[in-house]
Design a protein around this ligand. Structure first.
Ligand SMILES: CC(C)(COP(=O)(O)OP(=O)(O)OC[C@H]1O[C@@H](n2cnc3c(N)ncnc32)[C@H](O)[C@@H]1OP(=O)(O)O)[C@@H](O)C(=O)NCCC(=O)NCCS
Length: 217
């Protein structure tokens, strides 16, 4: 069923962001949820995300080609287990002299302005540092204020060329602390996901019971 997460939420800007947001590493089995998330983005957001007009078939191809061994894909699920935000950290290897990765992100319109984009960025930076990445690249349109604010706040240098901007963030090396933080984050997110799945099963069960009662009336 279509989610109401695609409608802008006028109250989001004034709402305090949750103190902790569970961010999960995604795997090939999540392709259908990733596809549903990206297809739910309006045309203008697809343009911001991919830097060009992107039709459904191009999105489907992008999802099919995601390489979960080479890259890292992160997601934030709501309690109905819909993917409301995701980030793709693409390993670029030695493309920028050291070890570089490119960050791409999308948050469903209704969930914006609550810090999800920022949290996904922070999680990607942590992961990149732990994988010996020393340069993070973000391609965004010059008009993309939220994305450029996130990059700028992290200390990235932003180069604008007409409508396009490239942000380059130099990363500090991993520490024991970054590894512990990533471990705790991923374990807590797994527990959160398992809990949401149980709640969903109970809700589905209750709905079936409710339906069968309805049938009897
Ligand atoms: C870019 C995007 C991921 C940001 O997600 P988000 O969850 O709304 O961002 P956050 O809530 O973490 O906010 C990040 C910063 O942008 C600011 N911001 C958020 N929405 C804004 C808006 N509409 N106008 C101006 N600033 C905005 C926030 O205040 C915050 O800055 P601050 O920390 O200085 O206050 C989201 O807008 C999106 O999915 N856009 C479409 C896809 C896209 O553009 N991807 C990026 C290119 S790869």
């Amino acid at each position: 069923m279509a989610s109401d997460d695609t409608r802008p939420d006028p109250g989001a800007a004034t709402r305090r962001p949750p103190s902790w947001i569970p961010i999960r590493s995604l795997a090939p089995r999540h392709r259908p949820r990733i596809l549903a998330h990206l297809l739910a983005l309006p045309d203008a957001d697809r343009y911001l995300r991919f830097g060009q007009a992107t039709g459904d078939s191009q999105i489907a191809r992008y999802v099919d080609l995601l390489d979960f061994d080479r890259d890292e894909v992160f997601g934030i699920f709501n309690r109905r287990l819909e993917l409301v935000a995701m980030a793709h950290l693409a390993d670029l290897g030695g493309a920028h002299g050291g070890h570089a990765a490119e960050f791409g992100v999308s948050v469903l319109p209704r969930q914006r302005g609550r810090g999800l984009g920022q949290r996904l960025f922070d999680r990607a930076v942590l992961h990149a540092r732990n994988r010996h990445v020393d340069t993070l690249i973000i391609h965004a349109l010059s008009e993309n204020t939220p994305m450029l604010r996130i990059a700028h706040a992290a200390g990235a240098s932003v180069h604008r060329a007409g409508p396009d901007a490239e942000a380059v963030l130099k990363l500090t090396p991993e520490t024991l602390g970054t590894h512990l933080e990533a471990l705790l984050e991923s374990q807590a997110a797994e527990i959160d996901y398992g809990w949401k799945r149980q709640v969903r099963r109970v809700e589905d069960l209750l709905a079936v019971v409710g339906d069968s009662r309805d049938d009897r009336v």
